[in-house]
Design a protein. Structure first.
Length: 401
């Protein structure tokens, strides 16, 4: 397929959290607000002159110092964020909006705060409590937390946090989501016009760059894909990728190098959930309406109620059917508590109760450190899918179908 015009530039932007678009936005008076989790309403970090940046630690190597402050048995993503903070990699931030959703990330942001690792003038660190139940009480509590611990802090910096400001931010948020969704829908097609790796890069850009500075390039990229001649490459299998943070495009590239096309991305930093449009409801408080939708859309395994667990299984099943997947890959970053339990249980349920071919892996934060082992396991998984297809075809012929 013809290369997409902006893809090399997008890949360059992902090499550093403090990329050139972030620099440009701040030079124009913008305020960079970092966050680490879906449960921090991204939309609300883009009010007025603020723009959101989902924190990553690209090119991470050693985790020695963060391991000293935390532990060998803490999620590598959390340690990588702390390591990069200690290195001074986030000193450009004007604020960090954190959530009490994961004990390990709590320790990370606690270290950033206590050690005063970011000493920029007027820098703020907020931390909100996220309920475990999505009911009226939970939504009210969550909304109050966002108002008191995030919007009020932003107001101190002269940011307009009014309902009108939220509605304005909603417009560009929904436009970006609509573009990403339309691009993602091409993955349903039999003939491939956009790969999972390309989609991963495009989606990551929307989390890590000021949206106002990328939306024109995204529109242009969408039009390119619409006019693109489908690839004649014969993919060996179509897979849904599910699990914890994947902000390293090298991982999706490695998976697709084995011949497995990633057709749906149900992982942290993915588009399911995260790139669904938000809609205001007439008669409902604007802030409450936005916060409610974030809680309702969340598919995080921190929710352990029976209905939420079943919802996660059903949604992965739905993605596999909608995107015509042959199998599912469940992955987790090493020592991620929530996805550790979810991966073990869900990989069993999806294979034995839903009938899918499933690969279950744990991996380091930076995939290149064990790319050989991961590649071998994915290759073996793809071969098992191919063998099943051959056996099913032989069985159909014997039965005269």
């Amino acid at each position: 397929m013809k290369d997409l015009k902006h893809m090399i530039y997008f890949e360059k932007l992902l090499e550093d959290a403090h990329n050139e678009l972030v620099v440009k936005a701040q030079e124009e008076g913008g305020l960079a607000i970092g966050y680490t989790c879906f449960h921090m309403p991204e939309l609300l970090l883009n009010l007025d002159k603020c723009f959101s940046l989902r924190l990553r630690a690209p090119k991470t190597t050693s985790l020695e110092i963060s391991t000293y402050y935390m532990s060998n048995y803490v999620c590598e993503f959390c340690r990588a964020i702390l390591e990069r903070s200690i290195e001074g990699g986030y000193n450009f931030l004007d604020g960090i909006a954190a959530v009490d959703a994961c004990a390990q990330m709590n320790r990370c942001v606690e270290n950033i705060s206590i050690q005063k690792l970011i000493d920029k003038d007027k820098f703020f660190m907020s931390h909100i409590d996220v309920p475990y139940k999505v009911d009226d009480n939970g939504i009210q509590h969550y909304t109050n937390q966002v108002r008191l611990r995030v919007l009020d802090e932003m107001s101190k910096l002269g940011v307009d946090t009014s309902d009108e400001a939220i509605k304005k931010a909603l417009d560009i948020h929904n436009e970006v989501c609509a573009i990403i969704t339309e691009i993602g829908d091409f993955r349903k097609e039999k003939e491939v016009r956009v790969t999972g790796h390309e989609f991963h890069i495009l989606n990551l850009i929307t989390y890590t760059c000021p949206k106002a500075l990328i939306v024109d390039m995204l529109r242009e990229t969408l039009e390119e894909i619409k006019a693109r001649t489908p690839d004649d490459k014969k993919w060996r299998a179509r897979v849904v990728l599910v699990g914890s943070e994947i902000d390293d495009p090298a991982l999706t590239e490695m998976i697709e190098d084995t011949g497995a096309l990633i057709v749906a991305d149900r992982f942290c930093f993915g588009s399911f959930p995260g790139r669904q449009q938000m809609h205001l409801v007439e008669g409902e408080d604007v802030l409450t309406c936005i916060c409610r939708q974030y809680l309702e859309q969340s598919q995080c395994p921190r929710y352990m109620s029976e209905d939420k667990i079943q919802q996660r299984y059903d949604m992965v099943d739905g993605y596999a059917k909608e995107y015509n997947a042959d199998g599912i890959i469940y992955e987790q970053i090493k020592f991620c508590d929530y996805w550790g339990y979810e991966r073990a249980m869900a990989s069993h349920v999806m294979q034995n109760e839903f009938g899918y071919q499933v690969l279950s892996i744990d991996r380091p934060y930076i995939s290149k450190s064990s790319s050989g082992q991961l590649r071998t396991r994915v290759q073996a998984f793809i071969e098992s899918i191919e063998i099943k297809k051959i056996n099913n075809s032989k069985g159909a012929k014997r039965n005269g179908k």
